[in-house]
Design a protein. Sequence first.
Length: 97
Amino acid sequence: MLTGKQKRFLRRKAHGLKPVFQIGKAGITDNLVNQTADALEARELIKINMLQNCMEDKHEASDSLAQGARADVVQVIGNTIVLYKESSENKTIDLPS
């Protein structure tokens, strides 16, 4: 679980990132969850964009995606989800305590 200070730090780092994935009409699939977990292992912090034709609620989608990838939801703003998961091999982000 991330603290408020850590979430602020991660939001600041995520500001300049481009979305890695898009959630469309198909919604959250097993393939998307697996790819998200792999991307989080490589990058630790990613953005995901939800398209207009996605019928899922953005908060429910972010929670299910984070749960499937064992990550933390940093922020849901507009149609963008920011996820963080500490990498076991490629650790690059040092969170404040």
